[in-house]
Design a protein around this ligand. Structure first.
Ligand code: GDP
Length: 364
């Protein structure tokens, strides 16, 4: 599955957000109870109204949403890259995630201590990014030394790796994260194998005060500007409000949201933003037994998409009977879509589209 790491300075609201994410009813949906792998790792249901619609039409007995994993990576502070305190462990945790949700304190509250003694989310973002850049520099320095002999020996892969490491190093030494390096398609695989921290996509989470959740504030506006300049994404939420919402049942939730002037829980926006950031898409399977959402990277071929369900589906792939979500809903289900000529038989070369309702045929 896909993993998002929640990072940020101490006291910015990471735990509050993580608790809200994992305690919410949606997180505990269907027959996938919220499972605690470790105290700081949580599996969350991906909200998707399309799935409920399909389940209604197909009269599915079960609804199984896609899942996304969140990891609360606490304890990142100035000096983490030098291995002060538990710094190194935190950096290792970040290495394992696909993307970073960077929580920034955008609320003023004299009762909650700020580690730097002032509320300045843009400066906080720089503090964390600097630690990540220093960690990348340190790991690259070691690896550049270790690779020298292989490069001298004419190892082609080592030559490619060295070239990419040097490109990353140049950016980092100029104060730029490694994600600013332009990488060709041929280099993409080796590049991602470098596993640099500053190549991970970042979603800034502006944690604003309760009464600013709908509007944002000057701090979140400054973050929005920074994020846009970097090509990163941002969302505005109030972790405190999300914590409250997570404890309400559906009816209460709706009332509470409208009172706050919100259309949906901020967590829904956060998860969706994570999907966009990771360039993920959803396809569905729907029948009387279950309606289920499956996650794939955009641009996935039909056999690879089948492989997400089971390896045998990919190996023995014959074809995918495909109905676009809109056709499925407009015509009122699989049979009607088929009769209207809207069920397509797609072969190995087909690229699955977001919202496709699929039925795979395969050899066993
Ligand atoms: P962490 O160290 O980043 O995990 O931060 P916590 O989630 O433990 O939050 C630190 C403190 O800030 C706690 O007392 C929270 O209740 C408080 N806090 C979190 N979000 C908000 C918020 O939106 N407004 C206010 N006033 N306090 C908040």
């Amino acid at each position: 599955g896909f993993k998002m790491g929640i990072v940020g300075l101490p006291n910015v609201g990471k735990s509050t957000l993580f608790n809200a994410l994992t305690k919410t009813a949606a997180a505990q949906a269907a027959n996938f109870p919220f499972c605690t792998i470790e105290p700081n790792v949580g599996d969350v249901a991906v909200p998707d109204a399309r799935l409920d619609k399909l389940a209604e039409i197909a009269k599915s007995r079960q609804v199984i949403p896609a899942r996304m994993t969140f990891v609360d990576i606490a304890g990142l502070v100035k000096g983490a890259s030098k291995g002060e305190g538990l710094g190194n462990q935190f950096l290792a945790n970040i290495r394992e995630v696909d993307a970073i949700a960077h929580v920034l304190r955008c609320f003023e509250d004299g009762d909650v201590t700020h580690v730097e003694g002032r509320v300045d989310p843009v400066a906080d973002a720089e503090t964390i990014e600097t630690e990540l850049m220093l960690a990348d520099i340190e790991s690259l320095e070691k690896r550049l030394q270790n690779i020298v002999r292989k490069v001298r020996g004419g190892d082609k892969e080592a030559v490619q790796q060295e070239r990419l490491m040097k490109a990353a190093m140049e950016a980092l030494e100029n104060g730029q994260p490694a994600r600013t390096v332009e990488v060709s398609d041929e280099d993409a695989r080796q590049w991602s194998m470098l596993q640099l921290l500053t190549t991970k996509p970042v979603l800034y989470v502006c944690n604003v005060a309760e009464d600013e959740a709908a509007t944002g504030n000057a701090h979140s506006a400054a973050v929005a500007e920074m994020a846009a300049a970097q090509g990163n994404a941002h969302v505005i939420i109030s972790a405190r409000i999300e914590e409250e919402i997570s404890q309400l049942d559906d009816d209460e939730q709706e009332m509470f949201l409208s009172e706050m002037g919100l259309e949906e829980p901020g967590l829904d926006r956060l998860i969706r933003a994570g999907y966009q950031l990771l360039n993920l898409e959803t396809y569905f399977t729907a029948g009387p037994k279950e309606a289920r959402a499956w996650t794939i990277p955009a641009g996935t071929s039909a056999p690879k998409a089948a492989g997400v369900i089971h390896g045998d589906f990919e190996k023995g792939f014959i074809r995918a009977e495909t109905i676009a979500f809109d056709d499925y809903v407009a015509l009122g289900g699989e049979q009607a879509a088929k009769e209207a000529g809207k069920m397509r038989a797609e072969g190995k070369g087909y690229t699955v589209k977001d919202g496709d309702v699929l039925h795979f045929l395969f050899n066993t």
